[in-house]
Design a binder for this molecule. Structure first.
Ligand code: CO
Length: 132
């Protein structure tokens, strides 16, 4: 009887270990989805840091509002080469937003450091159906 109890306890311990392992696997499996959501949220943001726009080229659908955030410790601007948009001087942590209503390729640069350049590619919002 005692041996059986010991075996039962060992078995329960093993089951516990397996469940822990399964939970760990589930946690791992859940990560890609969370990462994808983060990527989607970050998909309309351009970071400015170390004299660089990141991503250098961003593709969005028409109607998307793009946010630039200056995470550098010096001021920068966001100025479209073809005058479609122009921010004021952005200090550290300042944001600038612009909503792209028309499809096209929009090159921009920092007027304080013209070697800083980036591109927003706006594709038609369509999807085959009627506009919402
Ligand atoms: Co700059």
């Amino acid at each position: 009887m005692r041996i059986t109890l010991v075996r039962a306890a060992l078995l329960a311990a093993k089951v516990g270990l397996i469940l822990n392992a399964l939970n760990a696997l589930n946690a791992l499996n859940a990560r890609p989805a969370a990462a994808a959501e983060t990527a989607a949220a970050a998909g309309t943001t351009v970071k400015i840091d170390n004299f660089t726009f990141t991503p250098q080229s961003l593709t969005v659908k028409a109607g998307t509002t793009v946010t630039w955030i200056n995470e550098d410790d010096i001021p920068h601007t966001v100025v479209a080469t073809e005058t479609a948009f122009k921010s004021k001087v952005l200090d550290t942590d300042d944001k600038y937003t612009f909503t792209f209503t028309a499809a096209g390729t929009f090159q921009y640069f920092c007027s304080l450091h013209p070697h800083m350049t980036g591109t927003i590619v706006v594709v038609p919002a369509g999807g085959g159906g009627a506009a919402p």
